[in-house]
Design a binder for this molecule. Structure first.
Ligand code: KIV
Ligand code: ZN
Length: 518
C-alpha cells in the first residue's frame, strides 16, 4: 500500500544524508552512504533524501548510485529553484524506481531581502517555474518554503497554492531556524489547511530544526494539525542543533498512539542498529541520556527503580528496549566457530560480503576470538564494519609495536604500512603513544591534514572489549572520518587514522586527480 492512501499514515522522510551531512564534520563517503541507504530502506523509511546533486560530484554520485540500488523507498534529491539545480537533480534520480525532486526557495521577508535579494513577486514566479520544470522530469515533486515558519501568512498561502497548481504533490513547511514553538507551528499548519483552496491535492510535510530543542514537539504538533509527512534524521543529526530525530518522532507516535492515532511504516527494531551505524560513520557520538538511542535510555540505576522494574516492567518503562532493537549482548561465536557459522551470522546481521572480504573478516574474527573470551554480536558488527570501510584503501595497516609508560625513554611506535602494495616501516617517538603512532603514519605517508577529533568507544563491556576509534582529519576545509576497531586501542587508533587518510585521498582524487600522490 502506498503511504498516502491511509489518511492516518505518516510518511517518514529521512534527510540524514542531506541535511544531516550538512553538520560540520559529519561527512560520509559514497560507500558509507550506500550502507546507510540500505539500512534506511530495511528500516522502512518512505523517502530517502540522498543528497544535493548540484552541490558536488560526490553528492551527485551518491544520489545516482543510491537511486540505482534502493527499490522500496522513494529516492529524493534536493534542488534550488534554478534550472541547473533541477536538471542535475533529475539526472541523479533518473535510475530510481521511484524518484523525487525536492525543490525549494526562501519565502520569509528576511531571507528574500538579504539572502536571495529578490522581490516577493519574483520569488512567487520562481515557485511556479521551478515546480513546473521539476514536473517535466518526474511526477513526484516536493516544494519547500525555506524559512516557512517566519513567512508572512498571506504570502505563504499564495506560494503554497501556486506550487500545488504547478504540480507539487508534497508541500513542505520548514522551521528552518528552529524558532517556532508547538502551538504556533501547529496553528501555522491549520492556517494553511483553512486558507489554501487546493490544499487537499497535496501531502503537507514539515521539516523542523532543533535550535530550541523543539523539533520533535513541533513536528508532532504539525501532524495533529494535519501534516502527513515528517522530515527527520537518524540521531537528530543536522545543521547547528540538528533536525527532528527520527527515532523520537516514530517512538512518540507509537507509544502515545492513544493521543496520536497515526502509524508509520518504520520497523522500529531497526532503530538501534541504524543509530549506531550513523554514529560510527559520522563520528557523532550519541549522548548517553538521548531519548530512545542513548546508552542510558533503558538503564535503571536507582534501587527504587530497579525494584519497581522487577515487580512490573511498566513501572518505569514506557516502551521496551526490544521494540527499538536493543537486546542483551548476545554471545554468538567462539574461537572454535568455523567459516560457515561465521557466514551465517553475518547473513543474520544483514551483511552480504564478497569472498575476499569475507575471508579477511573471518581472519579478523579469529584474531578477536583468540584474544577475547567471549565474542558478541557487537564485536562482529564492529570488525565487519571496519573491514568493509577499508575495501578500497590505498594505504593499509600491517602491524604496530608500541613502547610506552617508561620513565627512561620517550614513547615510540614501530609501524608497518602497505602503500600501493609496497610494504614500508618506520620507528618514531612522540609525546605519548598515540602521538608516536600518528607521527609514524605522517612519516610514511607525508600529508598536511589536521587532526580534528580523536574518539574512543568500547564496543562491549569489560577490559578485554574491542575499542572502536574515530579519527577526524581536515584538509582545505574538507573533513573525513576514519574508523578502526581492535581489542588493542592503539592498533584501533592506527587503523582509524589510516582509514581517515584513505578517505582524504579519495576526496582529493575526486577534486583533483593530480593531487593523488602523497
Ligand atoms: O531547513 C530547511 O529549510 C531545509 C530546506 C532545504 C528544506 O533544509
Ligand atoms: Zn533543514
Amino acid at each position: 500500500m502506498r503511504p498516502t492512501m491511509d489518511k492516518n499514515r505518516i510518511i517518514i522522510f529521512d534527510t540524514t544524508m542531506r541535511d544531516g551531512e550538512q553538520s560540520p564534520g559529519a561527512s560520509m563517503n559514497l560507500h558509507e552512504k550506500l550502507r546507510i541507504a540500505q539500512a534506511l530502506e530495511e528500516m522502512g523509511v518512505d523517502v530517502i533524501e540522498a543528497g544535493f546533486p548540484i552541490a558536488s560530484n560526490g553528492d551527485f554520485e551518491a544520489v545516482r548510485d543510491i537511486a540505482k540500488v534502493v527499490k522500496q523507498s522513494v529516492v529524493c534529491g534536493l534542488a534550488r529553484a534554478a534550472r541547473g539545480d533541477i536538471e542535475r537533480c533529475a539526472e541523479a534520480i533518473k535510475p530510481a524506481e521511484r524518484g523525487r525532486i525536492h525543490t525549494f526557495i526562501s519565502t520569509s521577508p528576511l531571507h528574500m531581502k538579504y539572502k536571495l535579494q529578490m522581490a516577493p513577486d519574483d520569488v512567487y514566479a520562481a515557485v511556479t517555474e521551478s515546480v513546473t520544470r521539476a514536473r517535466s522530469f518526474t511526477d513526484d515533486v516536493e516544494w519547500s518554503a525555506e524559512d516557512g515558519s517566519r513567512t508572512e501568512h498571506d504570502f505563504l498561502c499564495r506560494c503554497v497554492e501556486a506550487a500545488i497548481r504547478a504540480g507539487a504533490g508534497t508541500i513542505n513547511i520548514p522551521d528552518t531556524v528552529g524558532y517556532s514553538v508547538p502551538d504556533e507551528f501547529g496553528a501555522l499548519i491549520s492556517m494553511l489547511f483553512n486558507r489554501v483552496p487546493n490544499i487537499d491535492q497535496a501531502v503537507i510535510s514539515v521539516h523542523c530544526h532543533n535550535d530550541l530543542g523543539l523539533a520533535v514537539a513541533n513536528s508532532l504538533a504539525a501532524v495533529r494539525a494535519g501534516a502527513r509527512q515528517i522530515e527527520c534524521t537518524v540521531n537528530g543529526l543536522g545543521e547547528r542543533a540538528g533536525n527532528a530525530a527520527m527515532e523520537e518522532v516514530v517512538m512518540a507516535l507509537r507509544t502515545r498512539n492513544d493521543l496520536m492515532p497515526f502509524t508509520t511504516g518504520i520497523r522500529t527494531e531497526h532503530i538501534t542498529r541504524t543509530s549506531r551505524l550513523v554514529s560510527a560513520v559520522t563520528g557523532f557520538v550519541v549522548q548517553p541520556n538521548k531519548a530512545i538511542v542513548g546508552a542510558n535510555a533503558f538503564a535503571h540505576e536507582s534501587g527504587i527503580h530497579q525494584d519497581g522494574m522487577l515487580k512490573h516492567q511498566g513501572t518505569y518503562e514506557i516502551m521496551t528496549p526490544e521494540s527499538v532493537g536493543l537486546t542483551q549482548s548476545k554471545l554468538v561465536l567462539g574461537k572454535h566457530s568455523g567459516r560457515h557459522a561465521f557466514k551465517e551470522k553475518l547473513k543474520e546481521l544483514g551483511y552480504e560480503m564478497g569472498d575476499n572480504a569475507l575471508e579477511d573478516a573471518f581472519r579478523r574474527f579469529k584474531e578477536v576470538a583468540d584474544r577475547k573470551k567471549e565474542v558478541f554480536e557487537e564485536d562482529i558488527v564492529a570488525l565487519v564494519d571496519d573491514e568493509l570501510s577499508r575495501a578500497h584503501d590505498r594505504v593499509r595497516f600491517v602491524s604496530l609495536d608500541v613502547v610506552c609508560g617508561s620513565k627512561h625513554r620517550p614513547p615510540s611506535a614501530e609501524l608497518e604500512l602497505e602503500i600501493d602494495d609496497e610494504t614500508c616501516s618506520v620507528k618514531t617517538t612522540g609525546t605519548g603513544p598515540i602521538d608516536a603512532i600518528f607521527v609514524a603514519v605522517k612519516t610514511l605517508f607525508p600529508h598536511e591534514a589536521r587532526l580534528q577529533l580523536f574518539q574512543v568507544h568500547a564496543v562491549t563491556q569489560g577490559t578485554d572489549a574491542q575499542a572502536e576509534v574515530t579519527v577526524r582529519l581536515e584538509e582545505n576545509g574538507k573533513t573525513v572520518n576514519g574508523q578502526g576497531a581492535d581489542t588493542d586501542t592503539l592498533v584501533a587508533s592506527a587503523r582509524a587514522y589510516v582509514n581517515a587518510l584513505n578517505k582524504l585521498l579519495e576526496k582529493r582524487e575526486k577534486t583533483a586527480p593530480s593531487a593523488l600522490s602523497a
